[in-house]
Each structure stands twice: as C-alpha cells, then as structure tokens.
Design a binder for this molecule. Sequence first.
Ligand SMILES: C[S@@+](CC[C@H](N)C(=O)[O-])C[C@H]1O[C@@H](n2cnc3c(N)ncnc32)[C@H](O)[C@@H]1O
Length: 252
Amino acid sequence: MGGTLYDEIGIGYGNYRRPDPRLAIPIVAALGQAASVVNVGAGAGSYEPTDRTVVAVEPSVAMIRQRRAGSAPVVQASVAHLPFRRGAFAAALAILTVHHWPDRASGLHELARVARERVVIVTWDPATTGFWLIDDYFPEIGEIDRRILPAIDDFRTVLGDIEVRHMPVPHDCSDGFLGAYWRRPHAYLDAGVRSAISTFSKLSDVESGLARLHSDLANGTWTRRHGHLLPLSEIDLGYRVIIGRSASGARP
Ligand SMILES: C[S@@+](CC[C@H](N)C(=O)[O-])C[C@H]1O[C@@H](n2cnc3c(N)ncnc32)[C@H](O)[C@@H]1O
C-alpha cells in the first residue's frame, strides 16, 4: 500500500490526539451489546473498547506504529476493500475518518457489508455553522471540510434509517481534533497542535489567520467577541455519532 496523508502528518499524532474519556461514553454506548467490532481508520486506536473483540483496520504505517502494545490486532488496509467476509463483525466503527476516504459512499457500503448488527460513525456535520475558528480566522477550513465531509443525508442514503446523536466537546478535551480547543484559543497558535489536525495541512495560507488570531488575543478582540464561551464547560460544534442499525447487506 502506498504512502498515505497520515504517513506524512500522522507522526506525533498520539501526543496531541489522546482519547478523551468523556467522548468514549457516547461512542461505546452507540456500539450497544455488539460483541465484535471492526474499527476502520483506527489510527492509534482511540476509543477502541477493551471489553469485546476488536480488529483494527488502518492504512498508514505511521499510525499503526503508534498503537499501544497490547491494543487490538490491526490489519493494514483501506476501507475501499475490507478483507473480511460479509457480516464478519457485529459492528463496524469509524471515528473521524470518513472524510479521508477516496470514495465515501463505497466505504460506507463496505462498513455495512462487514457489520451484521450496526454501523457507528463519528463525524462532523458540514451543515453546522458558528465556530469562531473557522468564521473569523480560517474560512478555508470550512470550505475544505464542507467539501469532503458527507452530509447527514449521505449516511441515510447508504445506511437507511439512522440515529444521529450530538457529541458535545468538553472545554478541556484531550483529543486535539479541530474543535477541541474552542475554549483554549491560544492552543491553535501551537504548530504541534495544528500538526495533529489534518485540515491545517491542506490550507493555502495559514499565516494570515494565525497573525489575526495572535493579534486578536493580544488586544482583547477575541475575548470581546467570544468571551461568552469561557464559562461554558462543553458546546455542540457539530460532531455527531451516527448509528445505522440492520445495515444494508449485513446478512450473516
Ligand atoms: C483523524 S484520523 C482518526 C483516527 C482514529 N479513528 C481516531 O479517532 O483517533 C483519520 C484516520 O483515517 C485513516 N484513513 C485515511 N484514509 C483511509 C482509508 N482509505 N481507509 C481507512 N482509513 C483511512 C487515516 O490513516 C487516519 O488514521
């Protein structure tokens, strides 16, 4: 398998993308009683349950190398061709990975094929608006992410009836994805933080947004505009847990 984006940007991912136990709760709840789980786009293994059989699928060697000793066995593969028979697992799980897939719809069909009970996906709803980082500093992030993240209806098209649950982001979230630092704006000035957020690597211009953020933080503009966020302990930024039950094609 050739090099992937995450072979370039994934080194050091584990330092900034530590699974947050509060986010683990809705993810594990969405898996229900599923006794076996395939975690596709598994990365370093965040949120993999330890109380049932798990097999991880991950194309990037850099990410596989960051899996902890004793974590679930991993197969180096792409969602495009999951090397498992139809209905091989009770559940398929895909966390913050769908937008990286070359063909999102066929990847979702693959999840549905190998899962006999349910498909659980964590994603960002591209219909969401109102995050200051995108609106005020990096509008190009919104343009890129809205192009690559499936709409909620796209999940419906493949998975049929789905349940969509909100996944609020705690103010001190330890998993440093794009929205994790909504109450810690200085964090985005840190190159290490940005290196663990894939969309930053795709921007044509990071510097002007950074300069604006730096100066707004220094002169109080950020606090004037967004200080109302500071007393909040969590907010909804558009992250969603999508549950598809009785996935199409999931006959054992
Ligand atoms: C943001 S990371 C998420 C990793 C992990 N699920 C987590 O929550 O920490 C996205 C992952 O999707 C993987 N990925 C990219 N293209 C993929 C593909 N075609 N099939 C499966 N996984 C893919 C990347 O290598 C990367 O590990």
